[in-house]
Ligand binder design. Structure first.
Ligand code: FAD
Length: 432
């Protein structure tokens, strides 16, 4: 006899782990299937490389890097811990109000502004420079427990102390409430009978296995679109977003941000009008080396010698929904004219802030655009409905792939809020 679960959750990122936890807390039989392993958080480059699919070296046809997860907890393991609530500008047009779920998540995720000693002198100096340049910056909220944080600044390399909330917190809570987790298990397809999903097909170390459930939630990020296409939902993966970002470094004598807390302060004032946010954060040495190579080849590589002198900031934009997934990690995702205008405006703001903070104009170095928020491949209104259900009954998507348009903001809080909302819907569907 095959065991039947109430809910099979595929992928354990912020979206998936939240649904799993919500359902396990309600006493449902939950199975989590995760393609990746369970890398130990060591707060170093190796941790980052193990968590990212293909070590983070995936590039679009247009040669821009876009990062995808391959581990328990997904990309939240590498998040800077910066918290932005679900933006109304994205969800109002599809009639979804996530404010109640976002408030619940705020309590669970320890969301708060960090004390100044953790924000650190570099960030406070940049904020002052931004104010002097005429911008309105503030301290950002973060999903970090300040009592556990050492201020090492290694949030994006896998926080060692557990100070940063990750989807593993919810995944582990789901397990504590009876959910099962199968690691290294890649979901390859869904089983559909009479228009209803009844299970999934999977592969683990070359062994194929089917799992059966009353409902299936796809939270695999990129793979959602491929799985749905195989099930006949051909429109999945046509056009997607990744919140193009551009890092800009500058050399300010006597200061560098290599160990500063990332995204602890920032400027949101251009978000509503232009879809731009500016936050202090820079790649670590290994990502910097790769980005230098991708940005300017051998001409740029000598700049690596200055890595420990740079003060770094990032502009992130709401990009247009464009591009196409082809196969595996082969995809096209152009930086459109509008995306470029937004990035250029952000680079200009950063340049002004860096100069006010004392950077030499010749030292200002914008790197090539990249994307760290793959999203919008299974958009609400196109691939899933307002309850996140596909046209195959009881088959749902819940992660950044359902965003109706680009967020241009930190994603985790929104993915968690969506997971909580889906939890309520599934609970009412499944009954007691
Ligand atoms: C360096 C970096 C810093 C960031 N900083 C922040 C920040 O400060 N704040 C913030 O809010 N956001 C941040 N983000 C973005 C944020 O972390 C992600 O956008 C968010 O975590 C995505 O969650 P998700 O649930 O959509 O999917 P993912 O985290 O992508 O989860 C997908 C999961 O599915 C698994 N999977 C994939 N394919 C399969 C398959 N076929 N079968 C089974 N499992 C599969 C993956 O291994 C993964 O666990 C950052 C991202 C990066 C890369």
């Amino acid at each position: 006899m095959n065991k039947e679960y109430d809910v099979i959750v595929c992928g354990t990122g912020a979206g998936g782990a939240t649904v799993a936890r919500e359902m396990a807390l309600r006493g449902k039989k939950v199975l989590m299937l995760e393609a990746g392993g369970n890398t130990t958080m060591m707060g170093n480059t190796l941790t980052m490389a193990f968590i990212l699919k293909h070590y983070g070296l995936i590039r679009s046809e247009e040669k821009n890097t876009v990062t995808f997860a391959d581990n328990y907890g997904g990309l939240s393991n590498l998040a800077a811990g910066c918290a932005a609530p679900p933006p109304r500008v994205v969800f109002d047009p599809v009639g979804i109000d996530l404010s109640a779920e976002a408030e619940e998540a705020r309590r669970d995720m320890w969301i708060q502004v960090q004390p100044d000693e953790l924000i650190g002198p570099e960030n406070l100096r940049l904020m002052e420079a931004a104010h002097n340049a005429g911008y309105s910056w503030s301290r950002m909220e973060k999903f970090i427990d300040p009592k556990k944080c050492t201020g090492a600044g290694s949030c994006m390399l896998g926080c060692k102390t557990g100070a940063k909330w990750t989807a593993r917190v919810y995944g582990d809570e789901a397990i504590a409430h009876g959910a099962e987790l199968k690691l290294n298990t890649k979901v390859t397809g869904v089983i559909v009978e009479n228009g209803k999903v009844t299970g999934v097909t999977s592969s683990r170390l070359g062994m194929k296995k089917n799992y059966y459930g009353k409902s299936v939630v796809l939270s695999t990020g990129l793979d959602n679109a491929y799985i749905l296409r195989r099930a006949g939902i051909r429109e999945a993966g046509h056009g997607f977003c990744c919140d193009w970002l551009q890092f800009v470094g500058g050399i300010i004598p006597g200061m560098n941000t290599s160990r500063a807390t990332p995204m602890a302060v920032g400027g949101m004032e251009h978000y509503e009008s232009d879809g731009i946010v500016v936050l202090p954060v820079f790649p670590n040495w290994a990502q910097f080396l790769v980005l230098l190579w991708f940005s300017g080849g051998t001409a740029y590589l000598p700049k690596f010698a200055d890595f420990w002198k740079y003060t770094g900031l990032m502009v992130k934009v709401r990009d247009e929904t464009t591009g196409e997934l082809y196969k595996g990690v082969h995809f096209s995702k152009p930086v459109t004219e509008r995306d470029k205008k937004r990035l250029d405006k952000g680079v200009d703001i950063i340049r002004r802030v860096l100069l006010k903070a004392g950077a030499h104009p010749d030292s200002v170095l914008p790197l090539r655009p990249s994307g760290a928020h793959p999203s919008g491949t299974c958009r609400i209104g196109m691939v899933v409905d307002g309850n996140l259900e596909t046209r195959i009954q009881n088959l749902y998507c819940c992660d950044a792939s359902v965003f109706p348009s680009s967020l241009g903001l930190p994603v985790v809080w929104t993915a968690v809020a969506l997971g909580k909302r889906l939890g309520k819907h599934l609970d009412s569907r499944l009954g007691v």
